[in-house]
Design a protein around this ligand. Structure first.
Ligand code: CAA
Length: 259
């Protein structure tokens, strides 16, 4: 496997790790190999105690321009079914640590769906989001028809998916798709700043909070509320809960150990 399709940059001092998608000539089109590498990088980083938050980024021109059209163009339905390429993407959903997408330039098709699989999105002013699959005779296949309406509502999701039109970063912010929009020079730093803020919290509380928020999209309300409550109660088994509450009472900054 050509390991250069993604670059992993651990920043252990900050307890974060950056994954950079690295097919610049193809605008980071997400071919099978890249997605396999991304999957194994996420599995590895999720298990690494030195890392509390993961950032996925591309380059200034493209976060990712979608699944690799050239790789798919001649496939039959049976080929697609057998390869089942989007099953690789399930690992991203399974990642327990928070993932921030730092997006500049194109985030299209699978690129937009990859953003939707992340937990937060920091966009540069040049970012463009879209689900243009309709223009090549198909439709989103990596979660776009389900996660986009959950993120931005039915009307905007329908418009983006049925017309294939891109939206710019400010529009993405207006409809609640992204957390913030900043100048292109600082979008990665801004994502790192956000990641450091989260990395300073108790990693166990962060993990269970992320898990609980995701249930809001996957479970009926009553069951999800019970799920949340149990996670809340479970945190009282951690040293971090004792430390966090003691630090509040003693008016000092907590030192969370992840225990
Ligand atoms: N797959 C494969 N190659 C791609 C690609 C993709 N999704 N997107 C861009 N590229 C390649 C181009 O073919 C081109 O390669 P060559 O130099 O060898 O011709 C190179 O990247 C640069 O692209 P352009 O010359 O097209 O750059 P541009 O600036 O003129 O246009 C763009 C940029 C508007 C993003 C345009 O490249 C484009 O429309 N790309 C396709 C976007 C798309 O349809 N994405 C959805 C893919 S399907 C999908 O993702 C399914 C799913 O649900 C997961």
């Amino acid at each position: 496997m050509d390991a250069e399709l993604i670059i992993i940059e651990p920043r252990f001092a900050d307890k974060i790790a950056l994954i950079k998608l690295n097919r610049p000539k193809e605008l980071n089109a997400l071919n099978l190999q890249l997605m396999l590498e991304l999957k194994s990088a996420l599995t590895e980083l999720d298990a690494n105690n030195e890392v509390r938050v993961i950032i996925i980024t591309g380059n200034e021109k493209a976060f990712a321009a979608g699944a690799d059209i050239k790789q798919m163009a001649d496939q039959s339905a049976i080929d697609m079914l057998r390869t089942d390429q989007f099953s690789t993407w399930d690992q991203i959903r399974k990642t327990k640590k928070p993932i921030i997408a730092a997006v500049s330039g194109f985030a299209l098709g699978g690129g937009c769906e990859l953003c939707l699989l992340c937990d937060m999105i920091v966009a540069s002013e040049t970012a463009q989001f879209g689900q243009p699959e309709i223009k090549i005779g198909v439709m989103p296949g990596a979660g776009g028809t389900q996660r986009l309406p959950r993120a931005v509502g039915k009307a905007m999701a329908m418009e983006m998916i049925l017309t294939g039109q891109f939206i710019d970063a400010n529009e993405a912010y207006r409809i609640g798709l992204v957390n913030k929009v900043v100048p292109v020079e600082i979008y990665l730093n801004e994502a790192v700043r956000l990641a450091r803020q989260i990395a300073a919290q108790s990693p166990i509380a962060v993990q269970l909070a992320k898990e609980s928020v995701l249930k809001a999209f996957e479970m009926p309300l009553q069951e999800a509320l019970y799920f949340e409550r149990k996670n809340f109660y479970m945190l009282f088994a951690t040293e971090d809960q004792k430390e966090g509450m003691a630090a509040f009472v003693e008016k000092r900054t907590p030192d969370f150990k992840g225990k």
